[in-house]
Design a protein around this ligand. Structure first.
Ligand code: OOG
Ligand code: MG
Length: 250
């Protein structure tokens, strides 16, 4: 069953056509198994797993989507765009974009020892943008649907890596063609983005996942997402710099 749901979602993504939610609300364990099968489809086509993403780590995102539990998705190399790159909107269904913070992992995340400093398990931090594109009609889903659908992930862009510094409360600004459309703070991500590392470590411990040195972790959006269309979108995190992507027709 998980393989057929995975195929259903994989086909929707490849055809860029929205589909109905899964027929049943699945146990979270089963929903993550669908996600794993979905990623297997991509790996079989030659994609490589390069890290993970968190979802619903800010109150703004939870309120926007009506999901109130932290979830994780899987990132592959095919989803990564270079800073400043263009992406064709025709390959997407109803994309949205959101400002994030990315970490680069350098050591296994602490799982059982809460006193370990999670920030010592990452060696760089960067501003990031995530393009999300739920495969479900009207961008509506239940918790298990969005977990199965790899947390709506479509693409991501990482800005220039910076040495780890105090990122607890840095202003975050999202601009479209130079106009500010959202602003917030890194503190909106679970009070401090380091808590996203801890949240991922906790999920990974309970579900048997791991990240390898060099893998990326997107900590989750600091603000609600906005529709992504033909425009230049940039995210700036105070002290970390900016990152951008352009949506183009075709
Ligand atoms: C799910 C993905 C949530 C985030 O940063 O909170 C997410 C969605 O909003 O469709 O990526
Ligand atoms: Mg996100």
């Amino acid at each position: 069953m998980t393989a057929s749901y995975a195929k259903y979602l994989d086909n929707a993504q490849r055809a860029a056509v929205a589909v109905a939610q899964l027929p049943d609300s699945l146990d979270l364990e089963v929903a993550y198994a669908v996600q794993r099968d979905l990623i297997d489809c991509r790996v079989q086509r030659g994609e490589r797993v390069v890290g993970a993403k968190l979802g619903f780590t800010s109150a703004a995102k939870m309120a926007q989507m009506g999901v109130h539990e932290i979830i994780a998705g899987t990132l592959t190399d095919a989803m990564r765009l270079a800073d400043g790159a263009s992406i064709s909107l025709g390959a997407l269904i109803h994309p949205r974009i959101e400002p994030e913070v990315a970490f680069r992992v350098c050591a296994p995340l602490p799982t059982d020892d809460p006193s370990t400093d999670a920030l010592r398990c990452v060696d760089a931090v960067a501003p990031a943008l995530e393009i999300i594109d739920s495969r479900y009609r009207d961008f509506r889903f239940r918790l298990s649907d969005v977990v199965a659908d790899n947390a709506s992930s479509a693409a991501f862009v990482i800005g220039e890596w910076q040495p780890i510094s105090d990122v607890r409360d840095r202003k975050v600004v999202l601009q479209i063609d130079g106009t500010v459309v959202k602003s917030g703070s890194t503190a909106d991500i679970l009070g401090h983005p380091v808590n996203a590392l801890r949240a991922y470590a906790e999920l990974a411990r309970s579900r048997g996942w791991s990240l390898r040195p060099g893998d990326l972790l997107l900590a989750g959006a600091a603000t609600a997402a906005v529709p992504f269309s033909t425009a230049l979108v940039s995210a700036e995190v105070d002290g970390l710099g900016a990152v951008s992507v352009r949506g183009i027709d075709g």
